[in-house]
Each structure stands twice: as C-alpha cells, then as structure tokens.
Ligand binder design. Structure first.
Ligand SMILES: N[C@@H](CCC(=O)N[C@@H](CS)C(=O)NCC(=O)O)C(=O)O
Length: 208
C-alpha cells in the first residue's frame, strides 16, 4: 500500500490531493511541525535523511521531491490521465511547469518567509524579493489567461505542483485576497481547486 508521510500545513497536501484524484488506496502517516521552529519532527528523518515532507513509499521504494512523486504516481497509476502524451508540445509545457514549481517559483516565496523573521534587519532585501515575487506570480497569472489549467483543458500534475504557489499568492500570510485579487487568474485557479471533490476529500482526511 502507498504510504504518504504528510506534514501539517505543508507542500505534502499536493500529494494527498493527487492520491485522491487518482482514486488510489493510500495510508497517511501524519507529522506535526514544531510550533516554534516550524520544523518537521525528527521522526521524519527515520523515513528519509532530509526529514522533509512529502515522503512517499511504494513497493519498497522511498520517494522525495513533490515533482518526482507527482510524476511517479501519474506514470504508475494515472492510466493516461493527468499528463499529456509524451512527445507532444503539451508534454513539454507540462514538464516545464512541473519543474518550475519548485525549481524557480518557490525561491522568492521562501526568501520572503525567512527574511520576514529578521524584522528590520531584513529590510534591504524586501524590494528585491517583492520584484521577484511579482515577476513569478505575474508570469503564472498571465499563463492562466483564458484557461482554467496550466496545460491543456484538464487537470494535470503541473496544476497539482503549482497549486501551492497559487495558494500562497492568493491566501498566503493569513490573508485572503480573493475579493480584490492582485492575481485574478491565480485566484480563479485556487477557487477551482477548492471546489474539486478530491481536494475536499484530502482535507477531510488529513487536515486543512
Ligand atoms: N522541494 C521539496 C520541499 C520539501 C520541503 O522543504 N518540505 C517542507 C514542508 S513544505 C518541510 O518538510 N519542512 C519542515 C522542515 O524543514 O523541517 C518538495 O517539493 O518536496
């Protein structure tokens, strides 16, 4: 049975959601962040030395990295769904976004998070981070102009991967800017995800 090692309020939500979309039986092993440091508990290092979530285990294999896990699950259990056919231009676009989600888009988001902990000492970095946030979120917002999903007309693994970035853009830092969104297409995308029964099932099963 597939096991997903899931950390509260983390990117491992993407994988529990994808497992629900796939309709694949799975077991959730839940971990709670330390309330002060926000780090994962040390037990997660027993599953993988990095101690980061998500970690997926299946058939004796241990997988880390959301993008690689998404690709594996869709290849293994997708039955032709959630990814375009290899060799098509949609497939190239799909791979680009699957990598882009963690390879580029997360960097300014994480920088903002960490630098915010420095208080005033971090102020010199704020303008550069803001420019990079706008650069990446503006790009993603523009890519969704006139379309519901990032690739083709149906949900793919690229949307699952980019869901976290869109959610941070729209609902991050305890705010919800959907009534007056800076990135209206990302806001629409977040609403679309929220409305998916599989996403709701993932939340009901392993927490919001
Ligand atoms: N690029 C990795 C990021 C993994 C990662 O850093 N996960 C965070 C949660 S969003 C984590 O485990 N943080 C707790 C810690 O660093 O102790 C992925 O997408 O899987």
């Amino acid at each position: 049975m597939i096991q997903i090692h899931h950390l509260n309020e983390s990117r491992s939500r993407r994988i529990t959601w994808l497992l629900e979309e796939l309709g694949q039986p799975y077991e959730v092993l839940s971990y709670q962040r330390d309330p002060k440091t926000r780090l994962a508990p040390p037990e997660l290092k027993l599953i993988h030395p990095l101690g980061k979530a998500p970690v997926l285990t299946d058939n004796g294999n241990v997988f880390i990295e959301s993008g690689a896990i998404i690709e594996y699950l869709i290849r293994q259990y997708g039955g032709g769904r959630f990814a375009p056919a290899m060799g098509t231009s949609d497939y190239n676009r799909y791979m680009q976004f699957l990598h882009y989600g963690e390879g580029s888009a997360m960097l300014p988001i994480l920088l903002k998070l960490y630098v915010s902990r420095l208080g005033e000492a971090g102020a010199p970095l704020h303008p550069r981070i803001a420019i990079e946030m706008q650069n990446h979120l503006g790009f993603l917002n523009a890519e969704l102009q006139g379309r519901d999903y990032f690739v083709g007309s149906d949900l793919t693994g690229a949307d699952v991967q980019l869901s976290f970035v869109a959610q941070v853009a729209v609902k991050g830092a305890g705010r919800d800017v959907r009534s007056n969104p800076e990135y209206p297409n990302l806001a629409r995308f977040v609403d679309l995800i929220d409305a998916r029964p599989a996403y709701q099932r993932a939340i009901a099963r392993s927490g919001a």
